[in-house]
Design a protein. Sequence first.
Length: 137
Amino acid sequence: MKNKFIIYRLNAYSRNLRKEISKAGKWYFFDNGIRNAIIKNFNPIAIRQDVGAMWENYIINERIKANNNNGLEKEFYFWRTYDKQEIDLIEESPTTINAIECKWSNKKNTMPKAFREAYPNAECMIINKENYLNYIL
C-alpha cells in the first residue's frame, strides 16, 4: 500500500539568518475538509474562529497547484522574523521572489517593513476575497 499524505510542510525562507527564523516549518493540510474533520468543526464560516487559517491553507494549496499545473518551477516557503513579522507564502523562482499575504478580510494591509527592506526587488501581493480568483487560476 502506498503512503497517503494529508499534510505537507513549508520551510522558512531566510537569506539573513540574524533576523529571520530559518529552522521552523509550517504545516498545511492538502484538504481543508480533513482538517475540519480532525478538529471536529464543520460550522459555517460566518461563526468560525479559524477562518483566517482555513483561508490561508486554501489559498496556499491552490497557488501551489496552479504553479504545478502550469509547469512553473518555483519553490515555496513562508517567512517570519524573531520579532513575529510574517508573510504567509514566498514563491521563489531563479529570477523572482513573490511575497503573498492571505487575508480573509478586505481591510487595507501592508507587507512587513523588515521584508520590504531585506528584499526590495520582491513583488508583494495581498490576496483576499475580492482578488483571489486571479491569483489561483
